[in-house]
Design a protein around this ligand. Sequence first.
Ligand code: NAD
Length: 347
Amino acid sequence: MKLLVTGGAGFIGSAVLRRAVAQGHQVVNVDALTYAACLENVASIAQSPLYQFEQVDIRDAAAVEAVVAKHAPDAIMHLAAESHVDRSIDGPGVFIETNVIGTFNMLQSARALWERQGRPAGFRFHHISTDEVFGSLPADPSVKFTEDTAYDPRSPYSASKASSDHLVRAWHETYGLPVVLTNCSNNYGPYHFPEKLIPVVILNALAGAPLPIYGDGSNVRDWLYVEDHAEALLTVVTKGEVGRSYNIGGENERSNLELVRTICAILDEKRPGNRPYAEQITYVTDRPGHDARYAIDPSRIREELGWSPSVTVEEGLALTVQWYLDNEDWWRALQSRDGVGKRLGTA
Ligand code: NAD
């Protein structure tokens, strides 16, 4: 297939591109190269005849129209987004522009291409979204997000992603555009930008700096290794049913405190220090509106499409910690980017 992937210089998009090329797909990486982007993430495929890069800002409707028309892909996988909740609290405007208007531009260009080509049944617009659109769950472990859970976004980030999900569904219902949607839980793994919890903890631990835990650390997330997410996305874009959404999760619920302690224990083994890394844990002011718990019921994608995660969170974290130990050049170069290393989103 020829896949046009937006946000391919980011964390998850680059994992999708590396895997897609390995599977023999032709790919076009469409990315504006914001503060969160790193072309190093796709260096391993950059010389492949299957790979092309286009620097395009999806907020620019004319540029989006031109790049979609030029490449005429079989499928569009739309990942480009502003993705950091803390930044959305300090500056929500760009989240609306990129996540809402940008998705609108992508949909309009996809629809125009699909109409011009005579509405091919095999075309797909795959919108990649988050479980955060469903809001916050109670502690009861039997309650999880399904595809039928009502939307209840509570941060500017999740509200912008929820808006984009609604647009994608509307373009399917109103214009017949063949869409698929996925809502995934928190990802972690190699190439995770060093402003997100897991890389922050690994890198602060190595630097002897405090390991910041928001509030009391009881917030629960359902962690998924990024390579498993990338495989799920390629499964959905090739096998998913048109008009359907799929929840993707690792069934690895951990509180933030448990997660940080696990990372510390892995580091204690791999890079022993003078004292256990967990002694660097520091409690800081909570994020405003911090959702208590996210948990995904992934039955649909498992039963209908045969996908399941390949690693547990302990296995994935060990791989991730090792990757950061082995790739210091990559993360050091990103630590000087705007806002990295600062506490954001205290409103
Ligand atoms: P990321 O921040 O690492 O990467 C986002 C990429 O999009 C960057 O390369 C950036 O340059 C690009 N981008 C941003 N604004 C753009 C614009 N206006 N035009 C073109 N490109 C632009 O994000 P990520 O963590 O890889 O997330 C990718 C997608 O997956 C997002 O849509 C996000 O909502 C979704 N998602 C993320 C997670 C997670 O845990 N990270 C979980 C579920 C869903």
